[in-house]
Design a protein around this ligand. Structure first.
Ligand code: ACO
Length: 326
């Protein structure tokens, strides 16, 4: 049976670390509040001259090296991001040029924090239908440039980074077993970045009204996230006829430790079987799962034939899951 297999991973985090104690000096917050409410201790911040494609390039270079293939072997590049270099061209095209991936088509997708799993779904469909055999999928974000550093409700949450995977067609039994994506646009107002598009184009007015920053109704989003993700992970394991005890590692989107714990608890999974790195990275939106996956692989937490479960929830609203046999 033709399957889609992740053959290599790579990730990149900018050098600059922003700690909770530094944030205490910027807004009315405390290390204790941030740690207790989110689990985040520090996050990485891109330098002024780093855009999404620069972070994506570093992560992709590593994934290509580890797969021992040339950029010219890539047939398609998908970049999941909500903080692309610019509206046009896509960050995928800019990345294609930086990598020298001259034989690849390239585009971006926007599904906020669910973007990486949405990208997996697209890549899986292309590979299973025989259209492409080798795809580079990247989740990359520079959220710090769209963060209102005076708004304590959001500025303590986000971080910058990128993660990349190379996906290939395989006849073996390793690879993606299921990937499911969902949306509910009626919740669009819970998490948005209202300025800069055709509804509120950039103008002195949009700048004055601070429309170019990410805005979130955190508590309402939290409640929908917990409920939705609990149902999602149960339906994913039922659909695959496995038990949660069969899963070696849960790799959730890294938004909030309380959301992650609630999801793991619904599965009856001990936190030792859950990949958590938001303490170091914050919420990196579409980049969080591929960064966590890369850390899980390179630290030896996943071995051949292990089942891993990915899940995400984000702006849109969107949510998504994938079951993979490594
Ligand atoms: N420091 C101190 N106090 C704060 C801070 C802060 N940084 N931020 C908010 N508060 C205050 C609030 O003002 C409020 O005070 P009040 O009771 O006097 O009004 C109090 O803390 C509680 O605020 P809540 O918003 O109710 O806190 P909550 O426990 O919900 O935690 C959080 C907030 C961390 C944002 C949480 O709701 C959350 O994680 N939400 C989900 C995020 C998510 O999953 N988003 C989707 C993915 S992101 C993407 O797609 C880009």
């Amino acid at each position: 049976m033709l399957r889609t297999k992740i053959v290599s991973t790579g990730s990149y985090l900018p050098e600059r670390i922003l700690s909770n104690s530094e944030l205490e000096k910027m807004v009315d917050t405390s290390d204790q509040w941030i740690t207790e409410r989110t689990g985040i201790k520090e996050r990485r911040i891109a330098s002024n001259d780093q855009a999404v494609s620069d972070l994506a390039f570093e992560a992709s270079k590593l994934a290509l090296e580890r797969a021992q293939i040339s950029a010219k072997d890539i047939e398609l590049i998908i970049v999941a991001t909500i903080t692309g270099d610019m509206p046009v061209p896509s960050s995928g095209c800019i990345l294609q040029d930086k990598l020298g991936a001259v034989n690849a088509a390239a585009f971006d997708i926007n599904a906020a924090c669910s973007g990486f799993i949405y990208g997996l779904s697209i890549a899986n469909a292309y590979i299973k239908s025989g259209v492409y055999k080798r795809i580079l999928l990247v989740g990359a974000e520079v959220l710090s440039k769209f963060t209102n550093w005076k708004d304590r409700n959001t500025c303590v949450l986000f971080g910058d980074g990128a993660g990349a995977v190379i996906l290939e067609a395989t006849d073996g039994d390793q690879g993606i077993y299921s990937v499911d994506i969902y949306s509910d646009g009626s919740f669009a107002n819970l998490l948005n970045l209202p300025g800069g598009g055709s509804k509120n184009p950039p103008s002195p007015e949009s700048l004055k009204n601070e429309l170019h920053y990410l805005q979130m109704k955190g508590n309402e989003t939290f409640k929908v996230a917990v409920k939705t993700l609990e149902q999602l992970v149960i339906s994913t394991i039922e659909k695959n006829n496995i038990k949660s005890s069969d899963i070696k590692l849960l790799i959730p989107h890294q938004a909030n430790l309380r959301i992650i714990s609630a999801t793991a608890s619904r599965l009856g999974m001990d936190m030792s079987r859950v990949m958590v790195n938001l303490n170091k990275c914050g919420n990196t939106s579409a980049a969080s799962i591929p960064i966590a996956l890369d850390e899980a692989v390179t630290s030896g937490r996943i071995e051949k034939n292990d089942y891993i479960l990915l899940e995400a929830f984000g702006g849109g609203l969107t949510w998504a899951s994938a079951l993979i046999k490594w």
